[in-house]
Ligand binder design. Structure first.
Ligand SMILES: *Cc1c(COP(=O)(O)O)cnc(C)c1O
Length: 377
């Protein structure tokens, strides 16, 4: 069994994929080819954003966005600690300072209460200037943008949505990657919409930001290629990857429904045994991950052992909160306790999740979990 089965997915559209890639091999516009602008138009239509700029990775998407938003030395950017490293790494790359925020016990997304506390703490301490917020759509569920954007407005902060896992999710009818001033996503192969290499995209409704983002991803380009008006990056989405994504996008809604079906299957069979994922009222998840919370570190260890002994791949996202990583631990700034983050990082684990999981596979995984919990009680 695969944790994310890209082979079964490929079988669905093999011929179309080869055709699309072959087209690129024929026209040979490998950089900024027609597939890239076609994809950007499709992504704008899908999310409802006015401007979409593709780039080389989800990490670059974050870094470019922070550069476009003018983050500089001395600026504090508030970010959850319970997320993938890049959410905070990008802040440092852009020249700012991450300030770590705790998460909610149920959805694992940024806690607006903890965010408020962190902003107050930084203002009181002096030194750093509060500049913006990166909220993460963890495991596929959008963060609470209603409350987060209200806090941002009160404090004149920008909001950057890290939708690397959230693309395809929504709050009501509003799609992920349309919240805040700028949103970003990743097309890393294991993400809900993944390409066959690295890739990312940046979404905004601001024409001004879109222009700056476009310039930054092309070496700070001005009027033309040799007119460099700012420091930028070489960060473009390859045409071949855009072609891959155009094929996958045609299957994406169907795959989202299949992911939701798999998640529902897990939840029905596991909800009496263990804490299953909580999706807030009115929210929908892209189910980038299906993540359970064990009662203790030991229970998690026992369940993971049982699954692995039976050939079921598992993963722990994330065993080390970012503020405890070697890269940050000596100088991480956290104005308040990150008690929930510390706790859940010892208890959560994720099950295989992709659109082509069979009911039999789900049943088998759930019965192994049931046996490993029962054997202890
Ligand atoms: C994967 C991921 C990223 C980084 O994306 P890459 O394309 O791998 O650079 C950033 N943030 C989150 C939350 C992610 O899951």
């Amino acid at each position: 069994m695969q944790f994310i089965d890209l082979h079964r997915q490929y079988e669905q559209f093999q011929d179309m994929m080869r055709q699309r890639i072959d087209n690129v091999l024929q026209h040979k516009q490998f950089i900024q080819g027609p597939e890239v602008s076609e994809l950007e138009r499709r992504l704008a239509a899908y999310t409802g954003r006015r401007y979409v700029k593709s780039c080389a990775s989800g990490t670059d998407a974050l870094t470019i966005s922070l550069m476009a938003l003018g983050v500089k030395q001395g600026d504090a950017v508030f970010v959850p600690s319970f997320t993938f490293f890049a959410s905070a790494e990008s802040i440092v790359l852009a020249g700012g300072t991450p300030v770590f925020v705790d998460c909610r016990e149920d959805s694992f997304n940024m806690s607006p209460d903890s965010l408020q506390e962190a902003i107050t703490g930084i203002k009181k301490a002096g030194g750093l200037k509060p500049k913006g917020i990166i909220a993460v759509d963890l495991f596929g569920q959008p963060a609470e943008y209603g409350r987060i954007c209200a806090i941002a407005r009160e404090n004149s902060l920008f909001v950057l949505e890290d939708g690397a896992q959230g693309f395809g999710g929504a709050i009501g009818a509003q799609k992920a990657c349309s919240f805040g001033d700028i949103s970003t996503t990743s097309f890393y192969p294991a993400k809900p919409l993944g390409c066959y290499g690295d890739g990312g995209a940046i979404f905004t409704d601001s024409e001004e930001l879109a222009e700056v983002i476009d310039s930054i991803r092309n070496h700070g380009q001005g009027q033309n290629k040799y007119d460099n008006i700012r420091i930028g990056l070489n960060s473009r989405l390859d045409t071949i990857q855009a072609a891959v994504l155009l094929v996958k996008l045609d299957f994406f809604e169907r795959e989202l429904a299949l992911r939701a079906q798999a998640a529902q299957g897990y939840t029905e069979q596991l909800k009496d045994l263990i804490e299953v994922p909580v999706v807030l009222d009115g929210y929908s998840s892209s189910w980038a991950q299906y993540t359970l919370k064990a009662k203790s570190f030991d229970e998690r260890k026992r369940i993971l052992q049982a699954l692995n002994q039976n050939g079921i791949p598992t993963a722990v996202f994330y065993p080390t909160p970012i503020h405890n990583t070697a890269a940050f631990k000596d100088h991480a700034i956290l104005p308040q306790s990150l008690a929930v983050t510390e706790d859940i990082s010892k208890k959560v684990f994720s099950l295989p999740m992709h659109p082509y999981l069979s009911e039999d596979e789900i049943r088998r995984i759930c019965s192994i979990i049931r046996a490993s919990i029962d054997s202890k009680n």
